[in-house]
Design a protein around this ligand. Structure first.
Ligand SMILES: Cc1cc2nc3c(=O)[nH]c(=O)nc-3n(C[C@H](O)[C@H](O)[C@H](O)COP(=O)(O)OP(=O)(O)OC[C@H]3O[C@@H](n4cnc5c(N)ncnc54)[C@H](O)[C@@H]3O)c2cc1C
Length: 394
């Protein structure tokens, strides 16, 4: 068995684990990142695409923002569509200059992997049998296999950045963890298409046939979503069914509709809200999707993960630099507070914009009234805008 030691063992090379590794490197703290998938798989996974202002600022500040600067699409507003009309919400004006940037999660991951490789610090892909031990003791360990060789990694702390289905959260004794969960009675069918965006901003639409979202990844690629059933079979959605449905739900009275193109990727995403509290047990700290899941409507998942590791990185730096443990002691409480604010916003956006079998005519009229209030009240638009572009990391 190969035995090694580091200061912080990071489980998972998604956005949370990779960004944490980079932040620790800048603070002069050793880390080892252990990921159970291949590098290609991690990079090619198509997921988030909306970065909050705080995520963009962080990437720039820590030197991984060059390509984001060149290729990211800064959006100062968003459209909300219902009853055949599109309404623009000028988020930048309402929030004193904050905006979102459209830049694929896989591009973020690519930039962070490049930065990690440039530091020469360990990043192990394709690790098998990853398990954490002694998380409540002084010397926690991560066990795994690399190319059939058993590895034992001893460390001061473990960062559980291994997503919702990872092994870190389940390593915490059940009695020490409180979980809160909500499943939604619908899912999203998402596509990537080789088609130039026909709108300068994202379009969130409530239609009688259900929710649809128009977004983009680049000046040549659009990303679109349709609300569908939770047990929907993707094989029932050939391309010539997807486009008419998208157009029906998104088309507005002024003639606007998405431009069609060849579909290069499609998949179904379930919608779930989940929170695990606390985000720390002994020397194990949970960050990102390992600790919480939000429905994608509010575009908060990746951004919450970044806020977590920003907090964790600063807390570990204060611990190693000054022996100051206050940041580590408050890591969970501060994270849980931010998580619930994001849960509330994501739930609100989701419930305002989706229809379900249980939506009766009263509920639909109430949704329309809510949207009508949203687009006619500066206070309501400001509330949406400041949540959507994201508050300062805290
Ligand atoms: C379709 C879709 C659309 C989304 N859209 C948005 C959006 O617009 N905006 C937004 O902010 N968020 C969005 N999200 C959410 C966002 O993708 C996640 O919140 C984000 O990936 C969280 O990052 P993470 O690093 O915490 O977890 P992950 O990205 O899940 O990374 C965890 C990593 O840990 C690895 N791992 C798992 N188990 C182990 C193990 N046992 N050992 C070692 N490694 C392990 C995984 O392979 C993975 O690489 C979307 C998600 C989906 C699915």
């Amino acid at each position: 068995m190969r035995q090694t030691r580091t200061q912080v063992a990071i489980v998972g090379a998604g956005p949370a684990g990779l960004m944490l590794g980079h932040l620790l490197h800048l603070h002069g703290i050793d880390s080892v990142i252990v990921e159970n998938r291949t590098q290609e798989y991690v990079i090619e996974r198509v997921r988030a695409g909306v970065l909050e202002q705080g995520t963009v600022d962080l990437m720039r500040e820590v030197g991984v923002g060059d390509r984001l600067e060149r290729e990211g699409l800064r959006h100062s507003g968003v459209y909300i569509a219902f009853n055949g009309q599109r309404h623009h919400i000028d988020m930048e004006e309402l929030t004193g200059g904050r905006a979102i940037t459209v830049y694929g999660q896989n591009e973020v991951v690519k930039d962070l992997i490049d930065a990690r490789v440039a530091t020469g610090r360990p990043l192990h892909f394709d690790a098998r049998g990853v398990a954490v031990h002694d998380i409540d003791g002084e010397r926690p360990r991560v066990m795994f296999r690399l190319a059939e060789e058993e590895q034992e990694l001893t460390c001061d702390f473990i960062a559980g950045c291994d997503g919702f289905h990872g092994i870190c959260r389940p390593a915490i004794p059940l009695a020490q963890l409180q979980t809160y969960e909500r499943e939604y009675p619908f899912a999203w069918l998402g596509i990537l298409a080789n088609a130039p965006p026909s709108s300068d901003e994202l379009v969130y639409s409530l239609h009688e046939r259900g929710f649809a979202l128009f977004s983009m990844r680049s000046p040549r690629v659009t990303r679109l979503y349709l609300q569908c059933a939770t047990d929907e079979d993707i094989d029932n959605w050939p391309d010539d069914r997807i486009w008419p449905e998208l157009k029906t739900r998104l088309r507005t009275a002024d003639g606007w509709e998405p431009i069609e193109g060849s579909i290069t990727q499609k998949g179904i995403t379930p919608m779930r809200s989940f929170v695990a509290e606390p985000m720390r047990y002994g020397r194990l700290f949970l960050a990102g999707d390992a600790a919480h899941i939000v429905p994608p409507t509010g575009a908060k998942g990746l951004n919450l993960a970044m806020a977590d590791v920003w907090r964790l990185g600063s807390a570990l730096a204060a611990h190693y630099r000054d022996g100051d443990g206050r940041g580590l002691d408050t890591y969970s409480d501060r994270g849980v507070r931010r998580t619930w604010r994001a849960q509330r916003f994501s739930w609100w956006m989701t419930s305002m914009l989706h229809r379900s079998d249980s939506t009766n005519p009263f509920d639909h009229r109430r949704q329309i009234a809510e949207l009508d209030y949203l687009i006619s009240s500066r206070a309501a638009m400001t509330s949406l805008a400041e949540n959507y572009v994201g508050t300062q990391f805290d």
